[in-house]
Design a protein around this ligand. Structure first.
Ligand code: G3H
Ligand code: ZN
Length: 286
């Protein structure tokens, strides 16, 4: 069933595992993610950036793709369709009215008070519709869609500010930026675990780890032990898919039927997602 993130994340936090947010980029991603979740009997969050939604034909088309595939596959595991890095109240409202079951409002580039006011407004609307809300403080490095944060701007969230935002807005989960990066890491990630622990103790909420691509398993496990219940992955699926598509096209220069190269790419996305579900501990937790 299509559900909000609230219950799956609270359960993950209580039982010591994280639910993966896997971003969709096109139809094949939705197929791969839903197939992986069902095979692993794992709850799953399908992440949709504004750019990806636009590529698919808009929020309504994106929801329709997810819903109709869930019906076709007889999906039994809990699935949330989540707006990733929502840029404004208007975009969040549009997603909610199109049938998203969860939204992130990313006000992390605003001053604290503005971020709080914006997040609060989104929570008020979302909760009327039974939609869960994720907020962010601090700045995640790297690039995703049009959001580019260079090294100098990448900033660790301040625990007291996180506490204030969570208390004043009523969000359901929270992403403190603590050194994670969108896209591949240059060298080993340097995650702020002390602050993560502090944020967890102050807020008591399921925490979200963005930039899941390239984080070593030991760091994943440590983050989960400190209350991280949602981990976002996009680039890793994209890299895995692109590699296979490239191999197939190189091997067979006469190939032109997209099903013959996107199909193997889809299988690779599915394999990647299943591996993450096992690593995050969400397999068999549906
Ligand atoms: O919001 C999406 C994620 O944070 C994805 O990060 O592309 O580095 O896996 P990633
Ligand atoms: Zn992110």
């Amino acid at each position: 069933p299509l559900v909000s993130m609230t219950e799956m994340l609270n359960k993950g936090k209580d039982e010591g595992y994280a639910v993966g947010q896997f971003n969709l980029n096109n139809l094949e991603y939705v197929q791969a993610i839903l197939q992986a979740a069902e095979e692993e009997q794992s709850p799953v969050i399908i992440g949709v950036s504004e750019g990806a939604a636009k590529y698919c034909g808009g929020f309504k088309v994106t929801v329709a793709i997810v819903k109709s595939l869930m019906e076709a596959y007889n999906t039994t595991v809990p699935v949330a369709i989540h707006l990733d890095h929502g840029s404004s109240f208007e975009k969040c409202a549009e997603a909610i009215h199109a049938g998203f079951t969860s939204v992130m409002i990313d006000g992390s580039h605003f001053p604290l008070e503005e971020n709080i006011a914006l997040t609060k407004k989104v929570v008020e609307l979302a909760h009327i519709h039974g939609v869960s809300v994720e907020a962010e403080l601090g700045r995640i490095g790297g690039q995703e869609d049009d959001i580019i944060v260079d090294d100098a701007e990448a900033a660790y969230a301040i625990p007291s500010e996180c506490d204030q935002l969570v208390r004043e807005t009523g969000v359901d989960c929270f992403a403190p930026a603590l050194g994670s990066v969108h896209g591949p890491y240059k060298g080993e990630p340097n995650l702020g675990f002390d602050r993560m622990e502090e944020v967890q103790q102050l807020t008591g909420l399921p925490l979200v780890l963005h930039g899941g691509t390239g984080i070593p398993t030991k760091d994943i496990q440590r983050a989960i032990s400190l209350g991280t219940a949602k981990i976002n992955v996009n680039t890793e699926s994209q890299i895995a898919q692109a590699k296979v598509v490239r191999e197939v096209l190189n091997e067979k220069p006469d190939l032109y039927d997209p099903r013959k190269y996107l199909g193997p790419g889809r299988d690779k996305i599915k394999e990647t997602v299943m591996g993450k579900m096992r690593e995050f501990g969400s397999s068999q937790k549906a």
